[in-house]
Design a protein around this ligand. Structure first.
Ligand code: KIV
Length: 269
């Protein structure tokens, strides 16, 4: 019988927080992985990390709106139950509020996604408010914000020390007050992330922010062990697929060279 379970909704995220049910988020960039993950995690995040993970770049800065829309639409096509959020890439929402609304609107219209994610706290208050007033669900992102990697001086823990912690708390509060439905806390000391999670009514989704958040996000290719050599402290690899892929490629080449593949059973009469 066909599975008729409906797709999660944005208000479900808030309900999960109220019920104390932890929210699970994985990045997803294509329809194939979306089909595998669908219904097994609450949210599929089409992160601009795809520029690094798939594109081999050092930062997310070069991701374009066109790329995000292409990958976002693929993930929506491959899923029926998980929520889909798409990252707004660098310079598509920072220049003006009007541009932000137009670009985020395009993402929703052209992908069918449920919402967008953008980086920044206090400085993004007005933008988040305008998007939410336009009917666009927004997930915030504070702490280590990869689109500001050059200003921050690298991919390092944020919010250490009293004044930095106060600023981070103010950022998270601003995101909530502007109307966001959730906020990612990236590379934040665990005690601070727990404090922020307790103070906010919207769910916090941590990455490198300890166990006190309302949910957790990881980059899919990292947690599957496909991004070999990338082993930050916060990452747990839940599968080791790198060697599996390498062995399969070697077996394919061996069998083709030996004349064992394709066999008769793989051929047409
Ligand atoms: O782009 C991304 O994948 C992200 C997650 C790491 C939160 O923003």
């Amino acid at each position: 019988m066909a599975d008729t379970t409906p797709r999660l909704t944005v208000p479900d995220l808030l309900e999960f927080k109220e019920e104390g049910r932890r929210i699970t988020v994985l990045t997803c960039y294509d329809a194939l992985f979306a089909r595998l993950l669908d219904g097994r995690v609450d949210v599929l995040l089409v992160g601009d990390s795809l520029h690094q993970v798939l594109g081999g770049h050092d930062t997310t800065l070069g991701a374009t709106l066109g790329q995000m829309i292409y990958h976002g639409a693929a993930v929506v096509r491959g899923s029926r139950r998980s929520l889909v959020f798409v990252d707004l890439p660098f310079l598509t929402y920072q220049v003006s509020v009007t541009e932000a609304v137009r670009n985020a609107g395009r993402v929703l219209q052209e992908t069918g996604a449920d919402g967008v994610k953008l980086e920044g706290g206090v400085t993004m208050r007005e933008t988040i408010g305008a998007l939410v007033r336009a009917g666009i669900p927004v997930m915030g992102h504070v702490g280590l914000t990869p689109q500001s990697v050059h200003r921050l001086g690298g991919y390092r823990v944020q919010g250490r020390g009293r004044s930095a912690a106060q600023r981070l708390l103010a950022d998270a509060r601003a995101v909530e007050e502007a109307g966001a439905c959730a906020v990612v806390l990236e590379l934040v000391p665990a005690a601070l992330a727990r404090r922020i999670s307790r103070q906010l009514a919207i769910p916090t989704i941590g990455i490198g922010a300890g166990p006190g958040c309302d949910g957790q996000v990881l980059v899919l290719h990292d947690m599957l062990g496909l991004n070999e050599g990338f082993a930050p402290r916060f990452l747990k690899t839940f599968a080791d697929l790198g060697p599996v892929v390498r062995k399969a490629a070697e077996a394919f080449s061996r069998e083709v060279r030996d004349g064992r593949f394709p066999s008769r059973s793989h051929s047409f009469d």
